[in-house]
Ligand binder design. Structure first.
Ligand code: FES
Ligand SMILES: [Fe+2]
Length: 323
């Protein structure tokens, strides 16, 4: 079968794994960006991402490689490489071969740890990071619960999953929403901010729900994204939920989508119930989108109508991430 998508992988910061799950000395093979990679944490704690294959004779560092101090040691002949891909030891050679001495001989990726995750910067030509992603204060606070995580591997591209929020009409057909969401979208450089207000039955301090239909509380949703791989949703007013959405290209036809939720440890029982309901609803909605994403094609020149929402604006914004 021919490829459904002809687009290159966009550049940006992408979530690779959870910080917690990678302890000093851990080594694991990963596949993202259409490349084989090795993720490891040095003994002092630096998370590192390198191309998988050793420049000596091509062994995969992620299968049997071990961390030694600040380097990873190849399982085949024990040459060592640091997090920047420089060879730090050839244990049995009298002198280091000129091909590797003082040179970066394994491609490496800039790595940061933020919001409980390990992120790598991908650019097809290896250009340095051009923007940063936000720190989410709730995810660094002991007053919010540990991440509740969900993930999916989906046969689609990031531009398509991101278009979902701009595509207002599908909320009615695919997700059964009673009305099209009303909101504002602002785009500024790599950043995209959407604000939605909706209304729900009012609840008093004791958690009594007023079903008379006369009183309403506002639910506010602010959704913010930086670059193609990071979004952050904050529900507030009636109840609190934060969600960090990450999407990482596995290759140019597939993505790894992760949703990570946190709620305040202290929240009234009713608010907590509504927060849980919101989490389930968001997860249910993605699972409704997946079969559409996995079989649709991308139309460069779609037949849009006036009620479709800011799809054209979104597409124009997204173009900036293609090198
Ligand atoms: S292949 Fe890695 S040290 Fe020989
Ligand atoms: Fe959707």
């Amino acid at each position: 079968m021919s490829k459904r998508y002809e687009k290159p992988i966009p550049f940006g910061w992408y979530a690779i794994d959870y910080s917690d799950g990678l302890k000093p000395g851990d080594v694991r093979p990963v596949e993202y960006f259409g490349r084989e990679l090795v993720l490891f944490r040095t003994e002092s704690g630096t998370a590192s991402l390198l191309s998988a294959h050793c420049p000596h004779l091509g062994a995969h560092l992620g299968y049997g490689g071990i961390v030694n101090g600040e380097s990873i040691s190849c399982p085949f002949h024990a040459w060592e490489f640091n997090n920047e891909g420089y060879c730090t030891s050839v244990p049995y050679a009298k002198r280091m071969p000129p091909k590797v001495e003082g040179k970066q001989c394994v491609p490496s990726y800039p790595v940061i740890e933020r919001n409980q995750m390990i992120w790598a910067w991908y650019h097809p030509e290896g250009a340095a990071p051009m923007f940063d992603i936000d720190e989410i204060p709730e995810l660094a606070s002991g007053e919010w619960t540990p991440l509740d995580t969900y993930d999916w591997k989906i046969n689609t591209i990031i531009q398509e999953t991101g278009e979902n929020a701009a595509d207002l009409a599908h909320f009615i057909t695919v997700h059964g929403s009673p009305a099209m969401p009303q909101g504002t979208v602002e785009m500024d450089g790599p950043r995209r901010v959407t604000e939605f207000d909706s209304r729900a039955h009012a609840i008093d301090e004791q958690g009594n729900v007023d079903l008379s239909g006369e009183n309403h509380d506002a639910i506010h949703l602010r959704s913010e994204g930086v670059g193609p791989g990071f979004t952050f949703q904050r529900f507030s007013r009636m109840f609190d939920v934060v969600m960090m959405g990450t999407v990482t290209p596995i290759d140019d036809q597939n993505v790894h989508l992760r949703f990570n939720f946190s709620v305040p440890r202290k929240q009234s029982e009713d608010n907590a119930m509504m927060a849980t309901g919101t989490v389930h609803e968001i997860v249910r909605q993605v699972e409704q989108d997946i079969p559409i994403w996995e079989h649709k094609v991308y139309l460069d020149d779609p037949a849009l109508c006036d009620g479709d929402g800011p799809i054209a604006k979104y597409r124009k914004w997204f173009q900036q991430f293609y090198a």
